[in-house]
Write a protein that binds this ligand. Structure first.
Ligand code: FMN
Length: 451
C-alpha cells in the first residue's frame, strides 16, 4: 500500500515522529551505565548518528532542547553539558538529507533579529528543514546569566513571546527569494523594492530594517512550541505548526489534544494546522518482563538521595530527608509554585493513585524516573506500537516526540523494531514524500503573518 492509499484509508492521518535528542537518553541514570562514555558528551557525531538513525526510520524531525546556565547546585542533570542547538543542528544538516531539524530558542533570552538570522541560515543550509521550538525559559538562573534578577513574570514572558513570534515571521518574510535578480546586463543583483523594511515599535522590541538572508523556496522555517499553561497553549495554537505536549494517561492526552485543536480553530486556523506531539518514553524488551527488568536496572543505577534530589527539582521542595515508605505530602497549589507549571501539574497528578490516594515517596520516584510525567511505554515493540496506535486513533496525539530512555541504542531498537510494527498497522509512512520539515508535517496551511 502506498502512503497515499494508506492515508486515504485512514482519513488522511499518519503518525508523525520526532526524536528528543538528549545525551545518553532520557532516563535520569542513563549516563551512569557502563556503555555511556565521557567522550560522547561533546561529540557532534554522536548526535549526527542519532539523526541518521531517525532518518532511516523516516522521522519528521530531530529536536534539541536548550538551557544556557551552568549547573551549580545539582551535579546530576543532563543539562550540565549541552551544545548550542542551532550550531549543532547546522553540523547535523550536513550529515543528513531529509530529516527536519528543530532547535529550542528562548524568546526571553534571545533577541528576535539574532534568532531569525540563525534560524534562517539553518533553513538555507539544510534546504528547508529548519524548525524552532520557541520557549519562554523556566529558570531564574538562566535569566541571571543574561543580567536579569529573575525571569520576567509569566504573563510578560508570553506577551514578549507573542511579539517575538510575529517578528520572526516578519523578518523571515522581509527578503523574498525572488528579490535576487542577478541581472548582469542591467547590473542589478537585487530588486530592493521587493524587500520589506520593518518599522516596529513594540512593548519589548524596536526594529528598523530587515534580514539580509533570503527566504527559501520552502517558505519560512517551521515554528514549534512546548508551552503547557493557557498562554503557552495559545501561543502554539496561534502560530505553531507543531506542539510538544505532556501527559501520562490517554485521558490527559485527549483533553490536551482537544484543547489545542479548539484553540487553533479559535484563532481561525484549521485543526490540521497544528500537529500535536506528546512525549513518549520508551523502554523496549523482547518480552514485557525483560523491558520491566531493564527499567528496574536503570532505576537502581541511581542512589536514593540522588533520586530525591531530582524530585526536589521538579516540585521545588527539599526532599532530602524523605523516607521511601512515607506517603507523599499533598503538593501546594499551582499558584504557589514558581517553576515550570506543566510538569508541576503532572507531579500533582502522579502523587495520587487511581483512587485519589497519595502514593509513597518510593512509588513516586519510580513513577517519575522513567519520564517525568510523559506517557511511559515499557514492553515489546508490538505493545509499544499498540499503545501509540491507541493514542493516535483515540485523538490524543497526531504523533509523538520519542524520549528513548537510553541513547543511542533505544532509538536503534525503536527504528528497527517499533517502526515496522507501525508500518504493518498502516499508520506510518514507508517512504518520505517531501524533503522539507513543513512537507513532513504535511502542513497545508502555514500560519498567516500577523504583524
Ligand atoms: C518536550 C518539551 C521540551 C521543552 N524544552 C524546553 C527547553 O529546551 N527549554 C526551556 O526553557 N523549556 C522547555 N520546555 C518547557 C516549555 O517551554 C515551557 O516552559 C513549559 O512547558 C512550561 O510551560 P508554561 O510556561 O506555558 O507553563 C519544554 C517542554 C516540553 C514539553
Amino acid at each position: 500500500m502506498s502512503d497515499e492509499e494508506r492515508s486515504r484509508s485512514d482519513g488522511g492521518r499518519l503518525i508523525h515522529l520526532n526524536l528528543f535528542m538528549r545525551l545518553y537518553g532520557h532516563h535520569p541514570s542513563a549516563w551512569q551505565r557502563d556503555a555511556a562514555s565521557r567522550t560522547d558528551a561533546f561529540a557532534p557525531d554522536w548526535f549526527a548518528g542519532l539523526a541518521q538513525t531517525c532518518e532511516r526510520g523516516l522521522f519528521d524531525a530531530v529536536f534539541l532542547a536548550d538551557s544556557q546556565q551552568a549547573v551549580y547546585q545539582r551535579e546530576d542533570v543532563s543539562t550540565a553539558s549541552m551544545f548550542e542547538p542551532l550550531t549543532l543542528l547546522s553540523y547535523i544538516a550536513a550529515r543528513t538529507e531529509r530529516i527536519g531539524l528543530i532547535a529550542t530558542v528562548s524568546s526571553t533570552l534571545h533577541h528576535p533579529v539574532n534568532a531569525a538570522r540563525s534560524i534562517a541560515s539553518l533553513h538555507l543550509i539544510s534546504g528547508g528543514r529548519a524548525g524552532v521550538n520557541l520557549v519562554t525559559s523556566q529558570s531564574d538562573d538562566e535569566a541571571r546569566l543574561h543580567g536579569m534578577d529573575a525571569l520576567p513574570e509569566h504573563g510578560r514572558r508570553y506577551s514578549r513571546a507573542q511579539e517575538f513570534a510575529e517578528l520572526l515571521f516578519a523578518l523571515w518574510d522581509s527578503y523574498p527569494a525572488d528579490a535576487v535578480l542577478m541581472d548582469k546586463a542591467d547590473e542589478v543583483f537585487l530588486d530592493a523594492s521587493r524587500l520589506t523594511r520593518l518599522d516596529h515599535d513594540g512593548a519589548e522590541f524596536r526594529i528598523r530594517g530587515g534580514l539580509n538572508i533570503p527566504q527559501t523556496a520552502a517558505g519560512r522555517p517551521v515554528l514549534v512550541q512546548a508551552g503547557a499553561s493557557a498562554q503557552g497553549r495559545d501561543l502554539a495554537a496561534r502560530y505553531a505548526e507543531a506542539i510538544y505536549g505532556i501527559g501520562s494517561t490517554i485521558e490527559d492526552g485527549r483533553a490536551y489534544y482537544e484543547d489545542i485543536k479548539r484553540r487553533a480553530i479559535g484563532f481561525g486556523r484549521p485543526e490540521s494546522a497544528i500537529t500535536v506531539l506528546p512525549g513518549i518514553v520508551t523502554i523496549i524488551g523482547d518480552t514485557l518482563e525483560e523491558a520491566q527488568e531493564k527499567k528496574r536496572w536503570l532505576d537502581s543505577l541511581k542512589s536514593v538521595p540522588r533520586q530525591l534530589d531530582t524530585l526536589s527539582g521538579y516540585i521545588g521542595m527539599d526532599c532530602s530527608g524523605w523516607e521511601l515508605d512515607d506517603p507523599m505530602p499533598e503538593l501546594p497549589p499551582l499558584q504557589e509554585f514558581a517553576g515550570p507549571k506543566g510538569r508541576y501539574v503532572m507531579m500533582q497528578t502522579l502523587s495520587h493513585d487511581d483512587h485519589g490516594r497519595l502514593v509513597t515517596v518510593g512509588e513516586m520516584l519510580s513513577r517519575i524516573s522513567a519520564g517525568g510525567g510523559h506517557l511511559t511505554s515499557i514492553g515489546t515493540p508490538s505493545m509499544i506500537a499498540d499503545e501509540m496506535a491507541t493514542w493516535f486513533e483515540g485523538r490524543a496525539a497526531d504523533g509523538f516526540n520519542v524520549n528513548a530512555s537510553l541513547l543511542p541504542e533505544g532509538i536503534d531498537e525503536f527504528v528497527d523494531r517499533v517502526v515496522p510494527e507501525l508500518q504493518d498497522r498502516g499508520l506510518y509512512r514507508t517512504e518520505y514524500t517531501a524533503s522539507t520539515l513543513r512537507g513532513h508535517f504535511a502542513q497545508t496551511t502555514a500560519p498567516e503573518l500577523v504583524a
